[in-house]
Ligand binder design. Sequence first.
Ligand SMILES: [Zn+2]
Length: 656
Amino acid sequence: MKKIRSLINRLNCYRNAYYNQNISLIPDELYDSLFDQLKNLEDTLGIIYPDSPTQTVGYDVISNLKKVKHNHLLLSLDKTTDFNEFYRRFNNKPFVIMDKLDGLTISLCYQNGQLLRGETRGNGEVGEDITHNVKTFSNVPLRIPFKGELIVDGEAIIDKDTFDEINSHMKDNPYKNQRNLVSGTVRQLDSKICASRNVKFYAWNLYKTAPTAEETNGERTVYGKSHYENLKFLNELGFTTCNYGLCYAFDSAELFAQRIREIDEKGGIPIDGLVGRFDDIQYGESLGMTGHHPKHSIAFKFYQERNETTFRRIEWTTSRTNTINPVAVFDPIEIDGTTVSRATLSNVSQIKKLALGYDDSILVIKANQIIPQITENLTRSGTVEIPACCPNCGARTEIRMDGISEFLYCTNRKCSGAMLDRLVNFCGREGMNIRGLSEERIKTLYKCGYISDFASIYDLGLYKSKIENMEGFGKSSVDKLLKAIEESKSSKFVNVLVAIGIPSVGKSSAKLIARKCSNSPTKFLAMVMGNFDWSKLQDFGESTSKKINRYVQDNYDEIKAVFDNLVYEESEDETQDIFGGATFCITGKLVSYKNRNELVEDIERHGGKIVSGVTSKTNYLICNDKEEQTSKIKNAKKFGTKIISEEEYKEMIALK
Ligand SMILES: [Zn+2]
């Protein structure tokens, strides 16, 4: 195969000199003899590349890119930037390390030994037909010696030299990076453009082979079981694969990772990390999925992707607690494959710390690959002004300290922005769960004055005929809505506590409060008016305690009106409270509980509280494998948190 490539390269070089520069580098006889050698080799091996001088490739121009549904899902991988975590995923089983190429994922289909179709990844389920362009990739074999059906996934890339060369002709509008260039190139309608840009295909997965009867009986039965063998098989068929190697131990994995990086850097191949995959394909598949990622593989990213953009302005919105929260708006940029243009800022202190100013150059990352965050301001002009008036109601604002940070507040207790947010929270699923009262509808009804506070929701029937005539409502939908409102009147006190929107009080805190006041609204109000010290409850700090009292006192009339309007459902048996608010964290696989949620509910039913990470205040870490080296277990050992197995947990419920 190497011989084929070298003959093609040599002959093309001679041809180029002859046709474009009118120079004969070798005698005609020698050229003909090399040409014959190549032709023979192609016939024997059954591999033909598009740039072979034995082929005359015509270019195709198509009118549009057809959408195609893939016959298998092209899923994205779970990612980490921690090499230890990456390695641990494989649990001492053999795994294959590969390049994580930063190009465009495509999938090729062969039948009868011929390239049939090329598709882009698209959204993983549906992509675009780019067959006409794939036929011009110099290293994609048009013909292969395998005659059954074969599907191979890989990455289309353009190397650094070609990228620089093409960009040098695009002075006004250069491509940002190699990935953008390749994505623009393989989606061209005229395949001549693609052919001129030297796109290459690097295979990283043999998805499917359906060998012919003859092939099944023949020698080629090695593939299908081992990912490593599959990649080797692809090489034999004439495909270029990404760099790959089989690893068993941490040291070899680390060394191999190092080597891959060097090779790719030298070759100008864009990689942004590594991919690991269990070598045993069946075992890998048997692990299933987490969320949208297959568990057979994990990606290790060399660095967190961060991009530069221009900060434009801040949008301020007043929340239910009257805090006015800033959101930064900047020119759209792509990070980790999606376009972002907004990032939440935590508070006024953060704006000051970043010295944010209009048209500043900022760096943005996606924390945990999800939440956009401004990490740095390169120009720090500091021209952003903190508004003196609330953007929602126009009332005077005030900066207050909460902990060590400054927050902006609207001083108007009846602020429309705060009220709207409170109403949305009130009707939400964790709160009164009123179906049919979406944020959009709440806004509309609030503007018309039909809803003004919590209690007014229960009087909505007064405006029935008027609302029926409003756009987007209609008779039957209003009937449904009023019924849902009526039904929500019968509710658990815990949900009502969440619904009224006390700052820092979510569902699990609300449960503790409800338990403390024996699920009695009257008792709760009395405790608040007597400035009860809620910090006696597990995990309630002094500041939370003050916030609870202040919020309820400030909104006493409104909250009281709601409380009086409702019928309370029986709550769970109080005798079940055996943990008294002790905190639990869960890690690792569960054995006897069906899933994590089931265990969470069980703990909460018994009066425990769930936390997401282990701190010095965490009482128990539930974990079946105490020897694992996860950060939660390490922290538990550090802080002296008791580590218990599911079985031990069950004994606790039985004993108490
Ligand atoms: Zn306001």
